[in-house]
Design a protein around this ligand. Sequence first.
Ligand code: PGA
Length: 255
Amino acid sequence: MRKTVITANWKMNKSLVEASDFFRLLADFLAAQDTGNVEIIVCPPYPYLFLARESAVRAGFKIGAQNVSDRENGAFTGEISAAMLDSLHCDYCIIGHSERRTFYHETNILINRKLKALLQYGIKPIVCVGETLEQREEGHARDIVLKQLQVCFNEIIMTPDIVIAYEPVWAIGTGRTATPQQAQEIHALIREWLQDYNPDTAPEISVLYGGSISPENIGDLLQQPDIDGGLIGGASLDILKFKRMIITALDPGLN
Ligand code: PGA
């Protein structure tokens, strides 16, 4: 049975003190919960990964990076390698986020190389795909997502450790969430694509929705048959909101 995955993507937010408080409060909360089939992941900025480790181990949540270099090592100023993330015992890493595609011109081919780097070190990738508003309005949402999947996963052996996140670009940080039906339609497409790619592992791979998830809308999204969790930006910065979203995900009616 595939996991429900609730992931906090902090992006470039929080001071060291704020991060430290959050990890402590989350660990205290989770220590008193049976999280069962729900995987909780926090992806802070790189400098806080090491700090997160102690709370993560104590409370059983996982930690993830928000990006990785496609290079092994060497003269690449400012880059962080998969080997370094591995040495920090980083469990997951987000790649292909639309902010990286838009602001840092990352292509599907580069994301494919990053994916290979992560898998080489046993770090579980969270691979983001999703169309822009213009692409959706022109009726190309399905084609764009399929193309992203085909190139990002070129020559990749699918394993249950891989996580995919569907994040329509027009819903990220805009307060404009995809309706559960809009999200479900693309999730079903991704599920079909996974099934064609490798029928053995397809049922094990969690496909998350991302884009203006909040405590108010997460329940309806998780009720969709092909939505297996959330990649949450803005609302994950607030520990109270994050806890509320975890509580919804733990609802046995949804699992
Ligand atoms: P958001 O971000 O929840 O703030 O829309 C989601 C994401 O970019 O992962």
